[in-house]
Design a protein around this ligand. Sequence first.
Ligand SMILES: [Fe+2]
Length: 336
Amino acid sequence: MKSMNTNVFGAVHLGYVVIESRRFADWRRFGTDAVGMHHDDISPDVMRFRLDDQECRFLIRRGPAEDVTALGWHIDDHASFERIEARTRAHGVPVVRGSDEEAALRGVERLLRFPGPKGIAQEIYTTPLTSAEPLKMLSSGWVTGDSGMGHVAITSARPALTRGYFTTVFDARLTDYIDETISGVKLRIRFLRVNERHHSIAVAAVRGLPIDPVRTRVQHLNIQAAGLDDLARSYDRVHELGFDMALSVGQHTNDKELSYYARTPSGFEWEVGWNPVVVDESTWEPTTHQGISVWGHKPVGRTIVDLLDQFRLGARSLARPEITVPALSGGGIPDD
Ligand SMILES: [Fe+2]
């Protein structure tokens, strides 16, 4: 008898990101004039950025969080969509249907929402709405499609649970690890993929210490420029417009992506990358890389005050337990 394929790996793609901020003028300049995306004003309290023909890739809503509040995942087919919904419900985790207004703001036909690690809501949809309005943006284009729109990196004091969550919900696979020491702090980063993109989620943890040195729920977001020119020109614009650069241009050890990291008006970082490797499932083997970069990615303008701040936040995180979703975390997946 033919068994039903119940694995949703490959049918899941990062589709949109919801951000809450009060800094609308800065976000508009950052997204449009520096990074080079298409901008749409929806109302005084809502704006969006497009990367391609999808109506919405970034939804920015006015509010105090200065953080990412939700991730939207494009699911290829209804069977996979229902499989994810059924799994979530079977573990006793509430799934709610987004309102028609919420769906319209995100540029999707309908969506379901359930809780995610670090309090980042996870949303799934099958049908994005596309815009007939031509893109007006400084970039020549962005790589989306089968790879999804980029990736999200989070810090976690409970990395086994965070990895377990994405494995339980989306059948995520471990791509590789990076071990890195930054300012004397040993980090281990787990890279998880849900499709051909090397990683859609990266989870960074301080080794042997349950602390989280980052204030925001996400450490950085990544989008992939179509061309090397786009990367270089946006890097110049970030500088010229006076936005903070976090890391200069460099190349990652694991996915070989060329990239830089700017600081967003909300404080978390924004990586613009180019040309990462695509995973071939028939040959890929997870490995551990030493250090995040082959070259470059030098901290720009980081002061001793920033470092002290990070340790203060880390110490505070000891007293403030991280939000996890134990029911969907499969008991936590330890390192391979
Ligand atoms: Fe990244």
